[in-house]
Ligand binder design. Structure first.
Ligand code: ZN
Length: 227
């Protein structure tokens, strides 16, 4: 899906487009929100938004925000595909721990030839999910938008499988790993205290007590027993 012109897109442009893509799930993206996410001063983000609009990657409406055009979204999705393929490859093929994947992929996502992308995708069996449970966009830029409820909201006693964890917080991921709370694990709430208090979990037969905040950042799919 790479056109020759995309090769000239700088790393910084790729990062902005990727970030706008992730933010625009909630509607047009304000420059202030973009600046915060990119950790730059607001004027830098304003400049870049103007440049990206001029290049045809987004439309910017004053007081409303920025929205990616198809061309902008296409580049964002390709970078995200690279990122998530790298994460899975580093994890499966090289045994890189889950808390290290995101930072490594942040660098590598900008450097992936079409040929290597194909080889990695094939070697991994055309995967659709990265190790954090985030969907890997297809070559055509299609992405699975399934949303899963938070572990914190799971009814007591209902078994569920962990589907998604945040990808960019190493300390949080190490803690989740120490509790065996990574994608694929089976969990159920045994008890929970009111007012966002501690939640007692059954994790594969082992009892674990976690905080509400942690449980709200982990996404699960309830296991409904077949009739
Ligand atoms: Zn990541």
């Amino acid at each position: 899906m790479t056109q020759p012109s995309e090769r000239e897109v700088t790393r910084s442009v790729q990062d902005y487009l990727k970030t706008i893509y992730k933010l625009q799930g909630d509607g047009p993206v304000q420059t202030s929100a973009l600046a915060e996410q990119m950790r730059v001063a607001p004027p830098s983000a304003t400049n870049m938004v103007a440049r990206l609009a001029e290049a045809g990657f987004l439309r910017h409406t004053p007081y409303k925000g920025a929205e990616l055009t198809d061309a902008g979204a296409g580049i964002a999705l390709e970078v995200i595909r690279h990122h998530r393929l790298w994460e899975l490859f580093l994890h499966r093929a090289l045994g890189v721990p889950i808390d290290r994947l995101h930072d490594e992929a942040e660098r590598l996502e900008h450097e992936l030839s079409d040929e290597l992308e194909e080889r990695i995708a094939r070697a991994l069996g055309e995967p659709t999910l990265d190790p954090h449970g985030d969907p890997i966009p297809s070559r055509e830029g299609e992405v699975d938008a399934t949303a899963f409820p938070a572990l914190a909201d799971l009814p007591i006693g209902m078994p569920a499988i962990i589907r998604r964890v945040p990808d960019n917080d190493p300390g949080f991921l190490r803690y989740l790993e120490s509790l065996d709370l990574l994608p694929g694990a089976t969990v159920a709430q045994r008890a929970r205290e009111p007012f966002r208090g501690p939640i007692t979990l059954d994790v594969g037969g082992v009892e674990r007590v976690i905080g509400y905040e942690l449980a709200s950042r982990v996404r699960v799919e309830a296991v409904t027993t077949k009739a």
